[in-house]
Unconditional design. Structure first.
Length: 139
């Protein structure tokens, strides 16, 4: 198993019994400055009009951005918490799968700023988010 595969396996195993498992979010790729995750679009994540719920999209964005920050810190000493998420919903999705890519904009000692783009299966932009995470020492 490659290091990349082991990291992704670890991220996906941490999703058990969490919102990420409920939404079927899967981490699929990682690099020096990005993390990618997917989420199926079906009735479990629809709003009443049969479209992807904005809250589910926001949960996907925060999940991938927070996990990405966790990758950059020593988890035995620090914890990462999201402190602000802004999201613009640009396109509706009825079914299929969406893919979120978090890219680091700022990696400070105590704050990380991520841009998260969510696209549909045709690589069309569904939403754009900015997530600010705080890095705190464990007590």
């Amino acid at each position: 198993m490659t290091e990349k595969s082991a990291i992704l396996k670890s991220f996906n195993e941490r999703c058990k019994n969490t919102l990420m498992e409920t939404l079927e979010i899967k981490y699929t790729d990682i690099g020096d400055d990005y993390l990618v995750a997917t989420m199926p679009v079906n009735s479990r994540v629809h709003q009443p009009y049969g479209l992807l719920h904005g809250g589910a999209t926001a949960a996907l964005a925060e999940s991938v951005g927070s996990a990405a920050s966790a990758f950059f810190v020593d988890n035995s000493k620090f914890i990462v918490k999201g402190i602000e998420l802004s999201i613009n919903h640009l396109k509706s999705v009825k079914e299929g799968e969406v893919t979120a890519t978090a890219k680091i904009l700022h990696e400070g000692r105590t704050t990380h700023l991520w841009e998260i783009k969510v696209v549909n299966e045709k690589d069309e932009l569904v939403s754009v988010s900015k997530l600010t995470n705080i890095v705190l020492e464990k007590m």
